[in-house]
Structure formats: C-alpha cells, structure tokens
Design a binder for this molecule. Structure first.
Ligand code: NAG
Length: 225
C-alpha cells in the first residue's frame, strides 16, 4: 500500500513537471492545394513537423540554458503555417510562417532543410530581442546559431571567418557567435539572457572582456590564410 502511494505521487510529480513544460503545437498547411503544399504533405508531413516542433523547443531551451519556466517566454502555444508568400520563413509572436514555394523548389533533401528552417523559426519564437532594441542581424544570428548547433547548417552557408560585419546577420553572425561561444562556453545563452530587458554592445565586453569590434577583428584574423 505504502509503495503504491509512493508510485502514485511520483506519477503526479512527473505529470506536474510535464504539465509545466507542455507547449501546444499546431501545423496548418494553408497552401495544401498548391504544389508546394502538396510536397510538404508528401515529403515532410504534419506528424513529423509536430514532433520536430517539440524536439526543437526542448533543444532551444537547452541552448539558451532556460531551465525553468521563469527563464522563458510565457507561451502556451506555437503555431506553424505553410503558406504562399515571398522569402523562406519568418516568425512573429508565437507563429512561424514557412513559404510553400520554397518547399516546392528546394532541390536537395527538403525534409532536412525544412527542419533547419524550423529550428531557426523556433529560436526566433523563444529568443529575447532586447525589447526590440537588439540589432536585427544579431537576433537573426542567434537563431541561426541554434540551427548550427542542432546540426542543420546547410551547405550554402558561408564558411567560418567569412563575412564583412559582425552584425551582418544569419549565417555570418551565427559563425561569429559560434567563435565567441568557443572563447567562453555559455556565452550565447548569457547574451540572450541579458537581452531580455534591453540591449547594449557592451554586453560583449561584460561577457568576454573585449569589444564586439575587437572580437570581430580577432575572429577574422583567426581564419586569414
Ligand atoms: C514534448 O512532448 C512530450 C511528450 O508528449 C511532453 O511531455 C513534453 O512536455 C513536450 N515538450 C515540449 C517542450 O513541448
């Protein structure tokens, strides 16, 4: 009897923890009648996407070292839409929008590429942006850093050391942040944490002891041949 009660209370505890973690995910193919929407259904699918939304959320919380709900945005739901639009994907609030045309015309493994785009979009959903004050290139770079660390950097990305400015965005900034994180493990997580309330380039000095411009010079020098 006592054993039974212990087991029951363990189960209650587990479900309480999971209840705390649970995010609801939805996928809507608004382009189902178009070739891109049809390719989504055939080569990727709603079931796979829902699973990947769960896995990527857990991964991003880990990359950002957001261990408890208090560290994270208070979101109960994330929704993904496949739709007819320009570009590849964007995120706004708790929504991720992915282009049906991009899915239609992607030449290599579209499932792999889509998963990478999803990690980028999911990072955008959960990351802080300094209350809108952080440079756009930096928030893009942090999201692509999450994609890189998840193992979904596509071959068309720039190589480490390439690019003209630290805040150029996307892959250029992601590679630079990866270099910075190599100087001090947890750097990107701590940078994101500082960006919860505002933004200053001085965060780089506070975390790594050098200005972001100096770090960029060091980074470029490291890959010079
Ligand atoms: C992922 O799914 C599992 C199993 O349904 C659930 O317990 C967990 O809370 C989910 N994680 C996230 C981050 O949504």
């Amino acid at each position: 009897m006592a054993k039974f009660v212990v087991i029951l209370s363990c189960l209650a505890l587990i479900s309480a923890i999971q209840g705390n973690e649970a995010v609801q995910y939805t996928v809507t193919d608004k382009a189902a009648k178009t070739p891109g929407g049809a390719r989504f259904a055939r080569d990727i699918g709603v079931r796979y996407t829902l699973q990947a939304m769960n896995t990527s959320t857990t991964f991003i919380w880990r990359i950002f070292r957001q261990k408890s709900a208090a560290d994270r945005k208070n979101l109960q739901k994330v929704s993904l839409f496949i739709e007819n639009m320009d570009g590849v994907a964007y995120a706004t609030g708790n929504q991720i929008h992915v282009s049906a045309g991009y899915i239609q015309f992607y030449v290599a493994s579209v499932k792999n590429e889509f998963t990478g785009v999803l990690y980028y979009g999911m990072a955008r959903v959960w990351q802080w942006d300094g209350n809108g004050k952080a440079p756009g290139g930096l928030t893009q770079g942090i999201a692509d850093y999450a994609r890189l660390k998840a193992g979904y950097a596509p071959s068309h990305w720039v190589k480490p050391g390439q690019g003209d400015r630290w805040d150029e965005g996307y892959d250029v900034t992601a590679r630079f942040l990866n270099y910075c994180n190599g100087l001090k493990s947890g750097f990107v997580a701590n940078l994101n944490k500082k960006m919860r309330g505002g933004y200053s380039n001085n965060y780089f000095v506070e975390l790594l002891g050098k200005t972001v411009d100096q770090l960029w010079v060091d980074y470029k020098a490291k890959y010079e041949t």
